[in-house]
Design a protein around this ligand. Structure first.
Ligand code: FAD
Length: 402
């Protein structure tokens, strides 16, 4: 328990009971006790008139930097860090994409770029070749699979030791799961799902750009008084940097921590091929929207996609109609994709769809409405009925005519 009651000081007044939003404090024999329901939000600490509630994190991990701290030369924050997630030893592609943007940010700040890798992997050197100057590496077996608590505790410890200025992580199942814990424990901000990252030339703050209000505006978020500035970025949003096979860097082994065992993984079940959709790595995506007219419309999209060596995506409208599983959804609440060719069939081009696919190299839009917004981002537009155009494309491809 990182928040505790000093029983000697507690008078059992009950003020903290009313303050705790989670009902996690009880009074027994005129003394307050914190129960398992405590989320460590810290709301009770300030409320106690006797200063009997102690936040131990103040000593161990909750080192929040104030503006004065940062200006103080003793409190030196520096460096850009990328959390490089791995699965079964294979480093996720998003890590290399983050190293690409991380390198740019580090150069602007005239500082180093480091990667943090938890779990055994043969690909540590790849992180250096893709731009990292240093890799903080925990290769112990307890890090092989995500353990939120262990990952968060280890990363917080490292951050407190080395005080990076910026931490970037993938907005993936892993990043989304444990990076908020890291931010909460450090009491710093976290901007999720950034689509752009820049350095403010005047202040040196990280400008964290992301869609807001249902994608209708782009918000620029700054954390001017706390460090590190933490941002997550979805896979395929950033481009990889340059690969340098001769680049040298330092690999720093991290002393492993022991898991607390609060959560035990009883079984791991691999995704079956039925629900595994590798949209994010696909070179060609043929996507269908409400204009496809029904689940049967997706059969022709699958045929076209397989002729082009690609896979099938969808708009949220098609997913909501139940025509295709959610795993295929492209957009703000689906996947962000960046294929060489994206064919949008019967998709209007709502902003929430566009944010997930507009960085595709070539976009072909097929829509019967010549004013559909999808044509604003399309490289090639075909005004017509998908049920006529797509079968024609299939026929031509089968005939071998490009
Ligand atoms: P519609 O907007 O209904 O468009 C259908 C299009 O098909 C029309 O342009 C029409 O002209 C055309 N059409 C119809 N018949 C034919 C035909 N026979 N031949 C050719 N063209 C035809 N949407 C996403 O896609 N992904 C997301 O991740 C996502 N997240 C969202 C998050 C939030 C918070 C909100 C509020 C919305 C989100 N949406 C998302 C929904 C989004 O706003 C749109 O409602 C959705 O993208 C519309 O899907 P659509 O283009 O398939 O359908």
């Amino acid at each position: 328990m990182l928040i505790r009651i000093d029983i000697e000081k507690c008078t059992g007044c009950g003020t903290c009971l009313n303050v705790c939003p989670f009902g996690a404090i009880i009074i027994k024999e005129y003394k307050a006790f914190i129960t398992e329901a405590c989320t460590l939000c810290g709301a009770c600490v300030e409320s106690c008139p006797e200063s009997a509630i102690i936040d131990e994190r103040g000593k161990e991990e909750a080192k929040q930097a104030t503006m004065e701290d940062m200006q103080d030369s003793k409190f030196k924050v520096q460096g850009v860090w990328v959390f490089a997630e791995q699965s079964q030893g294979k480093i996720a592609s998003v890590a290399y994409e983050l190293l690409g943007i991380g390198r740019k940010l580090a150069e602007e700040l005239k500082s180093e770029l480091s990667a943090v890798l938890f779990g055994p992997s043969d690909e540590v050197q790849e992180l250096i070749k893709w731009g990292a100057d240093k890799v903080y590496y925990a290769d112990a077996s307890q890090y092989a699979y995500l353990d939120d608590e262990l990952y968060a505790r280890t990363l917080v410890k490292l951050i407190n030791q080395h005080k990076p200025e910026i931490l970037l992580a993938g907005a993936t199942a892993i990043g989304r799961s444990f990076i908020p814990r890291v931010a909460a424990r450090l009491r710093v901000g976290l901007t999720a799902d950034c689509t752009g990252l820049e350095i403010d030339k005047e202040t040196g703050n990280l400008l964290q750009i992301r869609p807001a209000f249902g994608g209708n505006i782009m918000a620029t978020i700054v954390s001017p008084t706390s460090r590190p500035q933490i941002a997550t970025v979805r896979p395929r949003v950033m481009k990889r940097g340059e690969y340098n096979p001769d680049k040298k860097g330092e690999i720093i082994k991290i002393e492993p921590l022991e898991p607390t065992g609060k959560v035990k993984v009883l079984e791991r079940v691999e995704e079956t091929s039925f629900c595994k959709v590798n949209l994010q790595d696909a070179k060609v995506i043929v996507s269908g929207g409400r204009g496809i007219g029904g689940p049967e419309g997706f059969s022709m999209l699958w045929e076209l996609a397989s002729l082009l060596g690609g896979t099938v995506g969808a708009s949220r409208a098609a997913v909501d109609e139940g025509w295709i599983p959610y795993a295929h959804q492209v957009g703000q609440t689906g996947k962000t994709v960046c294929p060489k060719l994206y064919i949008a069939c019967g998709i209007s081009g709502a902003v929430q769809h566009l944010v997930g696919m507009q960085s595709s190299d070539i976009i072909v839009a097929i829509n019967k409405d010549p004013n559909a917004p999808i044509f604003n981002v399309a490289t090639y537009g075909i005004v017509g009925d998908v049920k006529v155009i797509v079968p024609l494309m299939i026929k031509k491809l089968k005939e071998g005519v490009s």
